[in-house]
Design a protein around this ligand. Structure first.
Ligand SMILES: [Zn+2]
Length: 362
């Protein structure tokens, strides 16, 4: 199973990258590819129906969230396509970008292009991702570092506070006479000091003045530097650059479950992968003990007794802790390493036991 997992991650997950980089994957294709991966993981072939011990949505999760880190191809496809949006809205003079800009003349709102001309099928597919719920992953983690304000839209980009000013001060945005202006257009330099100068379509009412004072205090907290260019950063990476891996991981967390604590002792370094996978199944109570086979009608009650003592049902906790045969092994191991401790009563507790994580034990 460890070899199957390695092949899924290195081969089956990578075969379709070339197409996923440009084309949006239909959901049916995504389901078919997941089914091939699922069958290969559990029975080693792609044609037979397999008995899946653990739900595939759990297998796809990160290891620290209880999965095997396989990841979803749909999330990876979306992240690959979002990379085009990141590159299009970033400064640069690539030839492809100049062609797209001259063909569609896009405007940008918080890093997302808006095409006024009818885009091609490929760009239509890319923009359809932005219109789904997942686009929040992109907009929430795409931030603008403003220095001289020459590349950042004052109202539309998320550069100060938690939201774009268009959303945070919606009333003032409606009254602004320069809705699409850059930050650099909303003030001037005077003796090396930046002075904000906002223009309105009409004099503001009293309650609008209160909003303006809030906006002014927010703007005053932002230092400006006239010789430094603005920068767009991706907050999920320490270097500030967009990466498909971080984006697809975040999408997987949203789609297939949030952060769930998981026993780190399962993935101890230097442990052979097949042992790690066995421990992973063990913690989730999915090892095919005789008790497990009895519950699924593969064995009779008589046949499901412990192979060592033939007294109790061969359950996980009996086989790995309570059987006198196993218990003697544990006691010898603990006493050889100088431990004197009350041992765990279940396999799940056993994997959380700090003794097993200590260097003296390993
Ligand atoms: Zn036993």
């Amino acid at each position: 199973m460890a070899g199957h997992l390695c092949l899924i991650k290195s081969v089956l997950n990578s075969l379709v990258i070339y197409f996923m980089y440009v084309f949006k994957m239909p959901k049916g294709v995504g389901r078919l590819l997941s089914s091939i991966q699922r069958r290969f993981l559990w029975c080693g072939c792609t044609k037979q129906r397999s008995f899946c011990k653990i739900q595939w949505r759990l297998v796809m999760r990160e290891k620290k969230q209880g999965g095997l880190g396989v990841g979803s191809l749909i999330s990876k496809n979306r992240a690959l396509l979002l990379k085009w949006i990141w590159r299009l809205s970033s400064p640069g003079t690539s030839l492809w970008k100049m062609i797209i800009s001259s063909m569609y003349n896009p405007a940008y709102e918080n890093g997302i292009p808006i095409f006024y001309n009818q885009p091609s099928k490929i760009w239509k597919d890319i923009m359809s991702i932005v219109q789904t719920d997942v686009h929040h992953v992109f907009t929430n983690h795409c931030k603008f570092m403003v220095w001289n304000g020459s590349l950042t839209s004052f109202w539309l980009d998320n550069w100060i506070g938690d939201y774009p000013l268009k959303t945070a001060f919606a009333r003032l945005y409606l009254l602004s006479s320069s809705k699409s202006a850059l930050v650099a257009d909303m003030g001037r330099w005077s003796n090396g000091i930046w002075l904000w100068s906002l223009q309105w379509r009409r004099p503001l009412f009293h309650f609008e003045q209160e909003q303006l004072s809030l906006l002014s205090s927010l703007l005053e907290s932002k230092p400006m530097f006239c010789h430094k260019m603005d920068k767009k950063i991706w907050t999920l990476n320490s270097d500030g650059l967009f990466s498909v891996k971080s984006c697809s991981k975040m999408m997987d967390q949203l789609l297939y479950g949030g952060a769930k604590p998981f026993q780190s002792s399962v993935w101890i370094k230097l442990t052979p992968p097949k042992v790690q996978l066995f421990l992973w199944l063990l913690v989730q109570d999915k090892v095919t003990t005789r008790d497990f086979l009895f519950q699924h009608d593969y064995l009779t009650l008589q046949e499901s007794r412990c192979a060592f003592c033939n007294k109790s049902l061969e359950s996980l906790s009996h086989l790995f802790i309570h059987c006198h045969f196993t218990w003697n092994i544990w006691m010898k191991l603990l006493s050889n390493r100088g431990f004197c401790s009350v041992f765990s009563k279940s396999v799940d507790d056993m994997c959380c036991n700090p003794i097993l994580d200590s260097p003296r034990f390993s």
